[in-house]
Write a protein that binds this ligand. Structure first.
Ligand code: HGY
Ligand code: MN
Ligand code: MN
Length: 406
């Protein structure tokens, strides 16, 4: 029986990023494909029947009486998470949920549990949206939350479309999209995830039960100016989109700081062409805005858009804003939350500001989450951490929850 830490230890060198630190495991990259192979190998070792569906989601089945048919899998109990990461991400965001699910299967087998309903461990691709820009792309495709054509035409920074990347990895791009049969196989979905904030530290608890996910979206702001020579262009003759972008970033901070519970971030700015001695012709920047109230998220974005247009005009530039993805605030299924709380006595209910596949599935099937304490309270960073003991408590909590629901 492997512990979570030994499972994570076996992938701790996959996708290390020597420049950023931490891990960079974008979907369908070599590191992420290595992790998918690792998962399939680990699942096979446990006698689970592994399949890849039309959207690239991996399903590892523990079938009832060894039956593999759709009927016996309908209404299954599903747990899992993702293996892709943000650039320079931590070791636990995603893989902790997958490794804990494998460890929970070990625990259930050790207890001699014979599932009365099929159990599956699922791995969703592109949860971070780090390569193709849309968060939870795999679970959005599964549920139809994103139009298949829109998904096919998503482009990565090198201009490769999701359709091309999917085809290169054995999927039929024409077959991407809502998968009613796969959805019908999910009776309940539980995702275990490293906590990405300080909630469990402040509550002095190793495990928490998810209550809600605040609404969150991503917008791409393009500011267009006049590219020119850095040495021959006098300051009064410039239309410099980088200067406008700087104003916008400060305005975003001010706007969000003035709205209680709002979060707004610019983590990615791309001047084009990006030369040291070149005044940029345009700047592409991405804005992540989140708030518990969806109408407030919308008004924050509108305020930012207005400020961006003003800042651009002041610099003789223009600004356009395009929405890339948006999820409303999700409150998890109350009955499932009650079951999880009963299975893990003393675990506090916890809202989160982080998006998850469970948040997308929650609109279609009863979904819930378990969180494991992160003693640094930091995530999307190499400093993200989970102590071995808490990781093992998490796997046991997941096993207890699954046993209760099986
Ligand atoms: O961005 C998020 O909230 C998640 O980590 N994908
Ligand atoms: Mn995650
Ligand atoms: Mn993440």
């Amino acid at each position: 029986m492997e512990t979570v830490s030994s499972l994570l230890g076996s992938i701790s060198d996959v996708g290390r990023d020597g420049v950023r630190g931490g891990y960079s495991r974008p979907v369908f990259s070599t590191p992420e494909l290595d992790l998918r192979n690792w998962f399939q190998e680990q699942a096979g070792r446990r006698g689970l029947d592994v399949e890849t569906d039309r959207n690239g989601i991996l399903w590892a089945w523990w079938d009832v009486d060894g039956r593999h048919d759709d009927d016996s899998r309908r209404g299954a109990l599903v747990t899992g998470s993702h293996l892709d990461s943000v650039p320079g991400g931590g070791a636990f965001d995603g893989p902790l949920g997958v490794a804990s699910a494998l460890a929970a299967v070990d625990i259930l087998k050790e207890r001699g549990i014979q599932p009365q309903r099929a159990l599956a461990v699922a791995v969703f691709p592109e949860e971070e949206g780090s390569r193709f820009g849309v968060a939870c792309l795999g679970s959005r495709l599964l549920t139809g939350a994103i139009d298949a054509d829109t998904a096919r035409n998503l482009k990565d920074p090198n201009g490769t479309t999701f359709a091309e990347a999917a085809r290169a990895n054995g999927l039929d791009p024409e077959h991407l999209g809502r998968d009613g049969a796969a959805l019908a196989r999910i009776g309940d979905f539980i995702e275990l995830h490293v906590e990405q904030g300080r909630g469990l530290i402040d509550l002095d608890a190793p495990i928490g039960v998810g209550s809600s996910i605040i609404g969150h979206g991503r917008w791409k702001l393009t500011i267009t100016g006049q590219g020119n020579h850095a040495g021959t262009t006098l300051m009064e003759d410039r239309a410099d989109p980088m200067v406008a972008a700087a104003q916008v970033i400060l305005a975003i901070r001010k706007t969000a700081a003035a709205a209680p519970d709002a979060r707004a971030t610019v983590g990615r700015v791309q001047p084009i062409p990006g030369g040291t001695n070149v005044i940029a012709s345009r700047v592409e920047m991405w804005i992540d805005v989140r708030h518990p109230d969806d109408a407030t998220t919308a008004s924050l974005v509108e305020a930012v858009h207005g400020k961006a247009q003003k800042a651009a005009a002041f610099e003789g530039c223009t600004a356009t804003l395009a929405q890339e993805s948006l999820s409303g605030t999700v409150n998890f299924d109350t009955e499932l939350q009650r079951q999880l709380s009963a299975a893990v006595p003393g675990a506090p209910a916890l809202p989160t500001g982080a998006g998850h596949d469970a948040g997308i599935l929650a609109g279609h099937v009863p979904s819930g989450m378990l969180y494991v304490r992160n003693p640094t309270g930091i995530s999307h960073s190499p400093e993200e951490h989970v102590e071995d003991d808490d990781a093992n408590l998490g796997a046991t909590a997941l096993a207890d929850a699954l046993e209760r629901l099986l």
